[in-house]
Design a protein around this ligand. Structure first.
Ligand code: ATP
Length: 271
């Protein structure tokens, strides 16, 4: 049983080959992970290791996926957390959770801490969204800043945070020695959309050609990686529904294109 569980976990592991596009983000994260793994090499040549990386961009563009994949490529564990977990109504609890998170990371290092929705704690202090008594999130933010200031290169911890709202982040978070590496993760271009579609079709029965997939990618203008993953999943479900689970299914390029056009039409009617 143990063996099976291990195998399943590995199958679930995402690598860079599972991320379409996002080249800049992949490169930047790999470089930083190199620092973490060999801090002494970089120290010798006088390079300061970045402590934090901020991935920002629209929802569903793969920010979480890239962080996960980078850690897997580097073979280091990731501790997942979310800014919203730190924003607690009980005084001091958010700050305590931040402290516990870094304590856990120090025990696991070299490792990555991933904080999704950093904006939940890192809103610009004194901005309209925080005014009116969100002191608790301020205490939490201060704790996060303290922890980041406190750890040293030999702690071998990298903090990767993600947000859709980079502009409203507190400038204190973005100062050197904190999240000083900012990487934009944009919506995919047409070629990137095709690559993402290919990734999600990898284990699905289909006979679509490259040309047809490019046509599909063009139809899906404005879609995020998450939208494309959802499209392929729904198209496969629909093919199974039509042909039944007893029969072998194989989606043609045209099946996929017609399905996408149908979805687009429904969305326009609903809008
Ligand atoms: P949010 O800002 O809403 O938290 P996110 O940017 O972190 O979103 P993910 O959670 O990483 O996005 O993406 C959701 C899912 O969409 C992924 O698990 C993956 O299946 C798919 N996906 C998104 N981007 C890509 C991509 N570039 N390549 C392949 N799959 C992608």
């Amino acid at each position: 049983f143990k063996g099976k569980q291990k195998k399943d976990l590995r199958q679930d592991e995402k690598r860079f080959a599972d991320v379409g596009g996002c080249l800049k983000a992949k490169e930047a994260l790999l470089e930083i992970i190199e620092y973490i793994r060999k801090p002494e090499v970089y120290r010798e040549i006088g390079v300061r290791m970045p402590k934090g990386v901020l991935l920002y961009g629209p929802p569903g563009t793969g920010k979480t996926l890239i962080a996960k994949a980078a850690a897997a490529e580097a073979n280091i564990p990731v501790i997942f957390s979310s800014g919203s977990e730190f924003v607690e109504v009980f005084a001091g609890l958010g700050a305590k959770r931040v402290r516990d998170l870094f304590k856990q990371a120090r025990a696991l290092s070299p490792c990555m801490i991933f904080i999704d929705e950093i904006d939940a704690v890192g809103f610009h202090r004194g901005s309209a969204s925080v005014m009116g008594g969100h002191r608790e999130s301020e205490t939490t933010l201060n704790q996060l800043l303290n922890e980041m200031d406190g750890f040293q290169e030999n702690d071998q911890i990298i903090v990767v945070a993600a947000t859709n709202l980079a502009t409203s982040l507190d400038p204190a978070l973005l100062r050197p020695g904190r999240f000083d590496h900012k990487i934009e993760v944009t919506l995919p271009s047409v070629e990137e959309r095709r690559d993402i579609i290919k990734i999600h079709l990898r284990n699905k029965p289909h006979s679509a050609s490259d040309e047809e997939l490019l046509k599909l990618a063009k139809i899906m203008e404005g879609a995020s990686g998450a939208d494309l993953e959802n499209l392929i999943n729904l198209a496969t479900l629909s093919a199974v529904r039509k042909r039944g689970t007893q029969q072998k299914i194989s989606m043609t390029g045209d099946d996929l294109i017609q399905f996408a056009l149908g979805q687009k039409q429904t969305q326009t009617q609903q809008a």
